[in-house]
Ligand binder design. Structure first.
Ligand code: C2O
Length: 344
């Protein structure tokens, strides 16, 4: 049976997955008397998601205003900045018993729900921000770390008085330090090799090392499965490296380098918008019956989750509605894919 929505009244204090100690914060969401089965609204206007390094002043003025307004919402509003950050913690840090097998805990990473779950998370985050500034076309910027032009922390996120700033980052990785998709604190990459190495990594994750669907999406995870059956290529590689690269260089890695705190960094959402974009690109390069784009299993299609929407209503959403980003009302700025030419 598919993984289905948790009972949020059963949420408990989670685990710090970097240190394996209990968390000292409670990241459970507010309760709601009602749960609405979410229907994708008809798309009348597309949201446009620009590359963070190409977006202009006007765009950042809107985006920063939206994030500032989100930070100013009351703490118990499910759309507030901290409540939104806690959504990630609750779904990842083993706070929920698995519906159908309560001995096990729910964790949506390291499995085939990684892409769809994060797509929904960003979807509502973006709609909340758009609503706060009254702009139905607002789209999140993507951190284009798969392209040399984007291989540095996007500038505005590192400006101290910006609402996009966060002090809890590795201070040796601020601009103009190039992002390292093979980052590991223990074995530094030769600085001269970082950019070509990044492109080779992307080629591997997007083309060479992905034959079966699971190779890209991650392993099957259904009721009765223990957390972490196994990540797909992007999740395991560039995605995780960038989390660790941005977060503090400590065992606990706040904010980006730890599941419970990662949503507290505004950069998280641009990082994941790029991951989401890579999913779209990957699907678009598949064709014909030999290259299915997604799992036909009902255990995947019918998995569902709970989120608060832009009107603070608790909604139930499913994987099967995430397949085409255009149907969800957003598109990506088209940029070059230099890694495609990087067949080693
Ligand atoms: Cu939900 Cu990049 O982690």
């Amino acid at each position: 049976a598919p993984i289905t929505s948790p009972d949020i009244s059963k949420c408990t204090t989670g685990t710090n997955l970097n240190t394996q100690k209990p968390l000292d914060i409670n990241c459970c969401p507010p309760q709601s008397a009602e749960i609405i089965d979410y229907q994708l609204p008809p798309v009348t206007q597309m949201r446009y998601r620009p590359a963070a390094h190409l977006a202009g002043k006007e765009y950042y003025a809107k985006f920063e205003k939206a994030v500032a307004l989100m930070k100013a919402l009351p703490a118990d509003d499910p759309r507030s900045f901290m409540q939104q950050a806690n959504v990630h913690c609750a779904y990842c840090n083993l706070t929920y018993p698995q519906t159908g097998d309560p001995k096990l805990k729910l964790q949506i990473h390291n499995c085939w729900h990684f892409f769809p779950w994060h797509r929904w998370y960003l979807y509502f985050y973006e709609r909340i921000l758009g609503n706060l500034i009254g702009d139905p076309t607002f789209g999140l910027p993507f951190w284009n770390w798969d392209n040399p032009a984007g291989m540095v922390m996007p500038e505005r996120f590192a400006v101290q008085d910006s609402p996009l700033f966060n002090p809890r980052r590795n201070q040796t990785h601020l601009p103009p330090t190039p992002t390292d998709l093979a980052y590991s604190a223990k074995s530094p990459t030769n600085p001269k090799k970082i950019i070509p190495n990044n492109l080779t990594i992307m080629y591997g994750e997007m083309v060479r090392n992905v034959k079966k669907l699971e190779d890209f999406y991650g392993a099957k995870y259904v009721v009765g499965t223990k957390p972490d059956p196994g990540p797909g290529s992007v999740e395991r590689g560039s995605h995780t490296a960038m989390h660790a690269w941005v977060g503090e260089n400590t065992a606990s890695g706040e904010d980006m380098g730890n599941f419970y705190s990662t949503g507290r960094d505004p950069l998280f959402y641009s990082h994941h918008t790029n991951v989401d974009r890579l999913w779209t690109i990957w699907r678009n390069q598949r064709s014909g019956p030999k290259q299915p784009k997604d799992f036909p299993d009902s255990d995947w299609l019918n998995a569902d989750y709970l989120f608060y929407d832009e009107n603070a209503r608790l909604v139930r959403v499913k994987n099967s509605d995430t397949l085409e980003n255009e149907k969800m009302g957003y598109v990506y700025q088209e940029v070059d894919l230099p890694w495609l030419k990087n067949r080693p």
